[in-house]
Design a protein. Structure first.
Length: 406
């Protein structure tokens, strides 16, 4: 009986394929084979081979992924707000330029029409000039009232500053992520900063925009209540000393009595000038409209003179107000006062807090110097001069300002 021959394909195959690397045979070399390598390393084996620290760190990152995602979501929202404010600010800046040139063109054209209305021409032609002047003066009056209400240059400055501050918030979030893992306190602080910025610089125009002619000039506030900086505690002492406390008190004294007061006072002056121009422009255009309507009514040349002069003065007033961007200047001064008010609150908080709750002393001093545009020696010299313990001078005798940026 012939032996049974099985096909190789029917034989059970449990072979293990191993890969080997063979170098070309030559008299100088021999065959080199790589050792067998496992396709995977179990987690338990990794833990026992010295990877415990890395694995635990990886697991902690997975557990804190929710906090990190929430923190980065705030950064994304801040970046989006910055772009929105930049776009809207550009749009409102264009409004200011277009309204300025349009109103001036309309007003000067109406003045010219008033002069032509009394020219020795036919009655229908004179009536056409007269009605055209009245319509143009009335339109200019209405447009001036609208533009003076919203102050496009001031709106553009608000959006520019808001865009800068939202970008600053986004960068601070990414910096915090790079330095340490976020916690609930970090997320809460970032959210408070976000909401404070939205309140200080609203996007809606009407209603919701900031008051353009406030009764009392106050520094702009775009930050929440100052609290202990996350990760700022470094134990007792925290880099502070009696000398540094006196230095910060001197800086605080100058900020309160010189920098903030100066910007608030100048802001009040600019506000009064802006209010006067805002009332005078529409008033002059309205008087010119009434005068143009009275041309040819038996009043002689007086309506013509009043109409033309009123139109010209109205154009000049409008140019001074919006060409000079009085609203932008007022908003800039108010923001500068807010900038120094924020520094005051940071210093007051750190001086009033316990040592273990303060921000690290040397870092805080460096931040103050940078934000005031000074070097550390300049900051210490200014603070020593204005410190109440080392200088007997009164507040009114302090002549040096703390900030050199503005």
């Amino acid at each position: 009986m012939a032996p049974t021959i099985r096909s190789p394909s029917l034989l059970p195959c449990r072979r293990i394929c191993r890969a080997s690397l063979h170098a070309p045979l030559s008299p100088k070399n021999k065959e080199v084979a790589l050792p067998k390598m496992q396709s995977f390393i179990p987690l338990e084996d990794l833990m026992t081979r010295g990877g415990a620290a890395e694995t635990k760190s990886f697991l902690r990152e997975k557990e804190g992924g929710g906090l990190l995602a929430r923190f980065l979501a705030i950064a994304d929202a801040a970046a989006d707000r910055a772009e929105m404010h930049a776009i809207i600010g550009e749009q409102r800046n264009n409004w200011g330029h277009h309204f300025l040139h349009s109103i001036n063109s309309i007003t000067l054209t109406a003045s010219l029409m008033s002069g032509l209305a009394c020219a020795p021409v036919e009655e229908p032609t004179s009536l056409a000039f007269k009605l055209s002047a009245v319509v143009l003066f009335t339109a200019a009056t209405g447009m001036m009232l609208l533009v003076n209400k919203i102050q496009p240059s001031q709106l553009a400055e608000e959006q520019r500053n808001a865009s800068r501050l939202f970008k600053q918030l986004e960068k601070s979030v990414h910096t915090s992520v790079a330095l340490r893992s976020p916690n609930e306190a970090c997320i809460e602080e970032a959210m408070e900063r976000m909401l404070a910025l939205q309140k200080a610089y609203p996007l809606p125009l009407l209603p919701g925009m900031l008051e353009k002619f406030p009764k009392v000039v106050q520094p702009t506030r775009w930050w929440p209540k100052v609290r202990t900086p996350p990760g700022g505690r470094r134990g007792a002492g925290n880099g502070w000393s009696v000398e540094m406390e006196e230095e910060m008190r001197g800086v605080l004294r100058v900020l309160k009595n010189k920098d903030e007061v100066q910007y608030v006072e100048v802001g009040e002056l600019i506000l009064k000038i802006n209010q006067t121009l805002a009332y005078a422009g529409p008033l002059l255009a309205g008087v010119a409209a009434v005068a143009a309507a009275s041309i040819g009514g038996g009043h002689g040349s007086l309506p013509v003179v009043v109409g033309m002069l009123g139109g010209v003065l109205s154009a000049v007033t409008n140019t001074l107000e919006h060409g000079g961007q009085m609203g932008m200047v007022f908003e800039l001064l108010r923001n500068c006062a807010g900038y120094y008010r924020r520094l005051e609150e940071e210093i007051e908080f750190n001086l009033a807090a316990e040592e273990e709750q303060r921000e690290e002393g040397e870092l805080f001093e460096l931040k103050m110097a940078l934000q005031l545009g000074r070097s550390l020696p300049e900051l210490r010299e200014m603070a020593s001069y204005s410190s109440s313990s080392s200088s007997p001078c009164e507040d009114k005798e302090i002549k040096e300002f703390a900030g050199k940026l503005f």
